[in-house]
Design a binder for this molecule. Structure first.
Ligand code: SF4
Length: 209
């Protein structure tokens, strides 16, 4: 992506009361995240390959942050749901979008809704995103989330949906009880009402999918 496009995107967020922060690479993004989150804060997060790739959970936990990590190995479903609920009321909430339009609208698909709740209403939200997720417009962003990202996530998590085998969305038959639909809730963030609440670290690399 050209510097001009990145600059325009960050300017567009500014007008939407969202603070866009450019990071050259993963390393800079990780440092920035750690500097934005105080050591005594609690942190919630949504499942995200981008956050996994940054290794942020380990780094936060090793310096003493309380992290509500529902993806911790060895926990049952009940505890996992409890951690999701605690996560959305933590001091900071971290997530990555499925797609971002060039105008700055961010698209998030969700199965359980915890990341929708966290992004929409947590005290402080930091979104982390590689430039590979930028699309030309909102329609393309929704298309990317539905037709590209979700089938890959269904495959990654072996989620019983029509798109699991061949990667093709069949929305009309993706219904319970035959299938466990993953696309249950959609959040589109167009702007932010509370100054300083929502930040986006835009990383000049390809991260997640
Ligand atoms: S609606 Fe169903 S088939 Fe389509 S992408 Fe979502 S989970 Fe897959």
């Amino acid at each position: 992506m050209t510097n001009n496009k990145i600059y325009r995107l960050i300017r567009s967020w500014l007008k939407r009361n969202i603070e866009g922060i450019y990071c050259q690479d993963e390393e800079e993004a990780t440092e920035k995240l750690l500097s934005l989150i105080p050591k005594d804060s609690s942190v919630g997060l949504s499942g995200s390959l981008t956050l996994n790739e940054l290794g942020i959970v380990k780094l936060l936990e090793s310096r003493g942050n309380l992290v509500f990590n529902q993806n911790r190995s060895g926990i049952g479903q009940k505890e996992s749901f409890n951690l999701r609920r605690q996560g959305v009321s933590a001091d900071y909430y971290l997530a990555s979008p499925n797609a971002i339009s060039e105008k700055g609208e961010m698209v998030f698909f969700s199965a359980y809704g915890n990341r929708i709740a966290g992004i929409a209403y947590a005290k402080n939200v930091i979104i982390v995103c590689g430039i590979n997720k930028i699309t030309s417009n909102l329609q393309e962003a929704i298309k990317r989330a539905r037709e590209y990202v979700t089938p890959l996530n269904c495959r990654r998590l072996n989620w019983n949906t029509p798109c699991l085998k061949d990667g093709i969305c069949r929305d009309e038959i993706c219904l319970f009880p035959e299938y466990k639909r993953m696309c249950c809730q959609i959040l589109i963030v167009e702007a932010e009402a509370i100054s300083g609440r929502l930040k986006v670290l835009l990383i000049d690399e390809s991260l997640g999918f």
